[in-house]
Design a protein around this ligand. Structure first.
Ligand code: UD1
Length: 337
């Protein structure tokens, strides 16, 4: 079964391509390489043993997209490709709304035109905003988004839900990712942030590698066990496997008009300081860090209830925080500045 993976050369996309292949699906990538590197395809080849078909094109390029649907016998779509930097979305909202919403609408239109029934969407725990109770379940009401980026995830979820209601054959799942970290254990693929990373783990590994002078921890005066923010860090390979399970769940649906959302997290929360300490343990070296001011827009703490995804999608995170950080570090050591 051929699956179109938009953004398939990116961090989560590339790991999902591997797991799709391992599970017997045939992934086909479309990526514009705006926020990924073509070398990811070399890593995929090294892991899989052959080239993965890849179209270099933008998901807002309707002619390019339609060309793929005409040429390939696509039976499902996993839509990763999106802008994803919270701060940038505040500075350039139109770019975020145009890119993230338009590509989703175009894909859904073409799927309808070509009779493709299975859709998996990359959503985010950001849709919950600052939760009133923890862990967050899928029944936890979404709060007003705190950034245009977060708003695009909420709006895309709504677009998909509404379109499913109106389309008898369509089946769709939105996966709400918590904090993906780590890399493939082969260290052939991993996260490749362009410029100064805004996410915690690449900043930690780049600091340990000497690329950055020190990590600034954004605040230690939160109401958490050690004062630093709590997040649910999930190994990217576990997250990739959740996409395979999502496709299997879609395949099991005998009728269309199926739409559901799932948290994809470990169900565990860790503070920033716990991540730093775990990294020091697995890398065997101290990390240079300081405590700085809070980062605007950060939620104090959030972690998933994974009950629904465990029970209905038959998926559970397998890897520990230490394993995730060890893999991220091994990957970092392969990179050249
Ligand atoms: C947020 C969103 C997530 C989104 C992601 C995109 C929430 C809860 N999560 O993740 O949905 O997909 O942005 O990038 O809104 N930190 C430091 N120093 C650093 C970097 C980070 O202390 O240099 C801290 C942050 O304050 C935070 C934690 O590390 O507490 C994780 O930060 P980050 O990796 O940026 O992810 P989120 O902000 O949780």
């Amino acid at each position: 079964m051929k699956i179109l993976v938009t953004g398939g050369a990116g961090f989560i996309g590339s790991h999902t391509v591997v797991e799709l292949h391992n599970a017997g699906f045939e992934p086909v990538i479309i990526d514009n390489f705006n926020n990924s590197k073509i070398t990811a395809l070399d890593g995929l080849r090294a892991i899989i043993g052959h080239d993965v078909r890849c179209y270099q094109a933008d998901c807002n390029d309707v002619a390019a997209l339609e060309g793929i649907f005409k040429t390939e016998n696509i039976e499902g779509v996993i839509h990763f490709a999106a802008h994803k930097a919270v701060g940038e979305s505040v500075a350039q909202p139109l770019s975020y709304y145009y890119n993230n919403l338009n590509s989703t609408v175009l894909l859904l239109e073409l799927m309808e035109k070509y009779g493709i029934e299975n859709f998996v969407f990359s959503s985010s725990c950001t849709v919950y905003g600052e939760p009133d109770a923890l862990p967050v379940t899928e029944a936890t009401p979404r709060k007003a988004a705190t950034s245009p980026y977060g708003n695009t995830k909420q709006i895309c979820e709504d677009i998909i839900r509404d379109h499913v209601r109106a389309t008898p054959s369509l089946k769709a799942i939105a996966l709400r990712y918590f904090n993906p970290i780590g890399a493939h254990q082969s260290a052939q693929i991993g996260e490749l942030p362009l410029g100064v990373p805004s996410n915690l783990v690449p900043f930690i590994t780049q600091t340990a590698a000497g690329w950055r002078e020190k990590l600034t921890i954004f605040g230690n005066d939160y109401n958490t066990p050690d004062g630093t923010n709590v997040r649910d860090y999930i190994h990217v390979v576990d997250l990739a496997k959740a996409h395979v399970q999502a496709l299997r769940l879609l395949q099991k649906q005998t009728t269309g008009q199926y739409y559901d959302v799932f948290n994809v997290g470990t169900g565990r929360g860790n503070t920033v300081l716990e991540v730093v300490k775990a990294f020091e343990k697995v890398s065997g070296q101290p990390l240079n860090y300081e405590i700085g001011a809070r980062r605007s827009g950060d939620v104090e703490q959030i972690f998933a209830s994974a009950d629904k995804v465990n029970n209905i999608m038959e998926w559970t995170a397998q890897k520990t925080l230490e394993e995730s950080l060890a893999d991220a570090w091994r990957w970092q050591l392969t990179l050249k500045k």
